[in-house]
Design a protein around this ligand. Structure first.
Ligand code: DQA
Length: 152
């Protein structure tokens, strides 16, 4: 049986609080609900999915570093680290994998400090404002990127 392409999907700080955290901004779905949605879509697309969450910047950096040789693409909702973390940006640059950035909320409709993203400077594309459906769209985007890379 052919090996399926593998996607690392990382969630940053406070995303473990989904469901109860500012539901008017982030909705009522929990992170487990989002993971279940992603698993259905990943299986439909024939992707192997490694879905994780951490509140720690260094742990996210380590996981990104370890993705090299293990995964074919990264989907990242870095939470607030999106707007602050040069360390995460450097790790993404070091592994040289296609990156799709995702946010539940539309960060451009929110406070000005959310308008800048370090992740965007390296991401192939950004999906924001569609709630959990954005994760489904991000999986579809990485699937196409992986397919395109596989073309001779
Ligand atoms: C977020 C947007 C960030 O600005 C915020 O810090 C988050 C969640 C989103 O998914 O909308 O934690 O990444």
């Amino acid at each position: 049986m052919a090996i399926q392409p593998s996607v690392l999907l990382l969630n940053g700080p406070n995303l473990n609080m989904l469901g109860t955290r500012e539901p008017h901004v982030y909705g009522r779905e929990t992170l487990d609900d989002v993971e279940a949605l992603c698993r259905v879509e990943a299986s439909r697309l024939g992707l192997d999915l490694d879905f994780r969450q951490s509140n720690h910047e260094g742990e996210l950096v380590t996981w990104i570093q370890e993705a090299r040789g293990e995964h074919d693409a990264i989907i990242l909702n870095a939470g607030a680290y999106t707007h602050t973390s040069i360390a995460i940006l450097d790790a993404l640059a070091a592994v040289d994998l296609p990156v799709v950035e995702v946010h539940l909320s539309n960060i451009f409709r929110r406070e000005p400090f959310r308008h800048h993203s370090y992740v965007s400077t390296i991401a192939k594309g950004v999906i924001c404002g569609f709630g959990s459906h954005g994760y489904v769209l991000a999986l579809q985007a990485v699937s196409r990127l992986i397919d395109a890379q596989a073309q001779p």
